[in-house]
Design a protein around this ligand. Sequence first.
Ligand code: GCO
Length: 418
Amino acid sequence: MAAASKEILRFPENFLWGTATSPTQVEGHIENEWTAFTAQDGGHCHVACDHYHRYPEDVEWMTKLGTNAYRFGIEWSRLQSAPFEPLNQTELARYADLLDRLIAEGITPMVVLHHFSNPPWINAAGGWTNAATIPAFVDFVQQLVAALKDKVYLWNTFNEPDTYACVAYLLGGFPPQQKWKLGQFRKVISHMASAHVQASRIIRRDGVAGGRIPEVGIAKNWTFFHAYKQFSPWDRTTAFACHYTFNKFVLDAFLGGGRRKASTFIGLNYYGRVRFHHFQAMIPASGAPVKTLKDFGFVCDDMVERYPEGLEKILPYLHRKFHLPIYITEHGSASADEDFRARDLRQNLAALHRSMQSGVDVRGFFYWSLLDNFEWQFGYTKKFGLLAVDFEDQNLPRSMKPLAEVYAKICRENGVAG
Ligand code: GCO
């Protein structure tokens, strides 16, 4: 048995081992709806990790980690200050330089086109509740693809449209901080889904000139919503309503019927599950104390309940339903306990490996996140980084956490100890 537990679960050759970030969370010096937003800990995104200036150093850290992929966003608000304008060449050159540095190090870029932020002029006109945002976004994408097609073939149009629409229009946590506007939630999803279809057409048509066949997909957050008490009608109804709204409705909008053809892959952001008890989400992110949850028998990081075996449910489900390759575009943990994080990572990778053995085509895994960063409404209190950032020091020095060594070994061996 001891020998079996040391067996290395190997991943296919060419498997992508990456890290992920988003512009608002790491770059700093940004003008979007988050600029005026103050998080629960008093933090803001004004400087964040200063990835805007420090990306050359951050690429070096990626090579130290031994990763061969990086998923990051290109911030729309930097590139256009009015609809249909030509792209700002200085800002474009900065992203092109980041891409060149990645490619020179053998790190495959995956570019995210929308990650919870819009230019101010889009927000002033109602953001994604306004159908006029669709052609404006598609124009941005068209110009960007024309400029970067030689450097990028992996395009991720929208990051977690479900989380964005839910937290901004139902829960009031993200700007514009509206509550229980179900009509707006549905509009945002359906406008984003149309934009995805149109952007995908352009990416597949124009991106091909770059030499590699472009790949395009969204990143869907998949959270399992379960009842704490199987026989409680209240617990079950709440769980079902969440599953229906955030999983089923959103997947259908982006990938249902003929729309499936607009994606060549599915990005899956997977963290775990939420169980409901008397209408309450029993997770730290909704205020439930970790200690109380532990007494209930829940294994949680600082955000949600961990549920590695869930990967063996959702991956085969997506595979059967859509027959598309999958990338795990995010997985990570915000626990302060590095042993907990290492265990969580290994358990999730082992579940991923089993799913792949059973026939699911998964092409890569991106750890969320490269750096400790600005975690939206929670500010700097939730630390998802492989690298710590000392936010007290104005030079924002980075350093490896123990989990970074664990991940580096996984990348180096292209495998994880089973
Ligand atoms: C999301 C985003 C990331 C988060 C991460 C941790 O899922 O909300 O894609 O921006 O920071 O998931 O919560």
